[in-house]
Design a protein around this ligand. Structure first.
Ligand code: TYM
Length: 339
């Protein structure tokens, strides 16, 4: 097994990232078998597809590395790096741009969401972003890619690109790329905003009240949960009663995922209770679990030297693993490199 996944170093790590992806990364790392490998990276190259402030990006890249280590990514067992230190990501992206079709990219919902009404003004990088994402995983022959639901379409595209490249440029018995499988946690595939049960929890939401961040202290977590949008009804005793109540369903789902129980279990305990009782219990559960992560993050994020060293070491290993696939892709395309 080769497990590969990434996160953009924009904004702070939030509960959606944690439950949808990072917690799974840590679990996969911790249960890795002999001969398997985990590569986790900061998608700093993806971050420049939107307007950004350079000094903020470099600080955020190091902070996100600290956040991942605080969550349990162990740089001695997983390879942790940032894309910008592994030029093979860009090289392979360019080669895959020859295989990806305009029609495929035109169907990507994230591009439509992020470009909005300003399609003509969007960067070319935002449009070809999914091709870089394909390069990120195909470069390492990833077999499994743990992500939240919103990345599923991008991974299907990565599979399509790999398949077409293998068909067009390789013999059947010597394909260059492995087709990766997404790993999406059913219970936390899509954590929603605390202010709007129809929008996913996101770093780009202008309201900080919409998300719990991993660095939030216990008081802030409790305040955000107490202010979370809900309806006036008490909680139902069965999950069927959550239908048409997205905010209530989201909070029950978060509770269940954090506590490692099912939504049915949560409703068995809280069915018939109002949010006045449920919210403080959820706030406490979150503060208890996230507290140690937040404290470790605060310690690590100022250790610039250590973070630089972790990323440099990770990049060195990533470059080694990438080399044979990169060489094979150049060769398959008939590109002459000499040497
Ligand atoms: P990003 O940085 O937006 O998010 C990182 C991970 O968190 C998941 N996630 C969520 N899961 C559940 N509920 C939510 N509300 C929620 N919000 C975010 C995302 O699905 C993701 O797994 N394009 C990617 C980064 C990337 C990547 C890759 C991922 C670049 N190359 C290669 C996998 C493989 C992104 O912007 O994720």
């Amino acid at each position: 097994m080769r497990i590969v996944s990434g996160i953009q170093p924009t904004g702070n790590l939030h509960l959606g990232n944690y439950l949808g992806a990072i917690r799974n990364w840590v679990r996969m790392q911790d249960s890795m078998e002999e001969g398997s490998q985990c590569l986790f990276f900061l998608a700093d190259l993806h971050a420049i597809s939107m307007p950004h402030v350079p000094a903020e990006l470099s600080a955020a890249t190091l902070e996100m590395a600290a956040a991942l280590v605080a969550c349990g990514i162990d740089p001695d067992r997983s390879i942790l790096f940032n894309q910008a230190q592994v030029p093979a990501h860009c090289e392979l992206q360019w080669m895959l741009n020859g295989t990806a079709r305009m029609g495929w990219l035109n169907r990507m919902t994230q591009f439509k969401d992020k470009s909005g009404k300003n399609r003509e003004g969007a960067s070319v990088a935002l449009f070809t972003y999914p091709v870089l994402q394909a390069a990120d995983v195909l470069l390492y022959q990833a077999t499994h890619v743990p992500v939240g639901e919103d990345q599923k379409q991008h991974l299907e595209l990565a599979r399509d690109i790999a398949q077409k490249f293998n068909n067009d440029f390789c013999t059947e018995d010597a394909p260059v790329f492995t087709l990766p499988d997404p790993i999406i946690p059913p219970e936390a595939a899509r954590i929603m905003s605390l202010r709007d049960g129809s929008a996913k929890m996101s770093k780009s939401d202008p309201s900080e009240m919409s998300r719990i961040e991993l660095a939030d202290d216990a008081d802030t977590i409790m305040k955000k949960i107490k202010k979370a949008k809900t309806d006036p009804e008490p909680l139902p005793s069965e999950t069927a009663g959550l239908e048409g109540r997205p905010e209530a369903a989201n909070l029950v789902g978060i509770y269940a995922t954090m506590a490692g129980v099912t939504p049915e279990d949560v409703l068995r305990d809280f069915g018939g209770e109002g949010f006045g009782k449920f919210k403080p219990a959820l706030g406490e559960l979150l503060a208890e679990t996230l507290g140690p992560i937040g404290r470790r993050f605060a310690e690590l994020k100022s250790d610039r030297e250590e973070l630089d060293a972790i990323l440099a070491r990770g990049a060195l290993e990533a470059r080694e693993i990438a080399r044979p696939t990169l060489d094979a892709a150049y060769k398959a395309l008939g590109l002459v490199r000499g040497g």
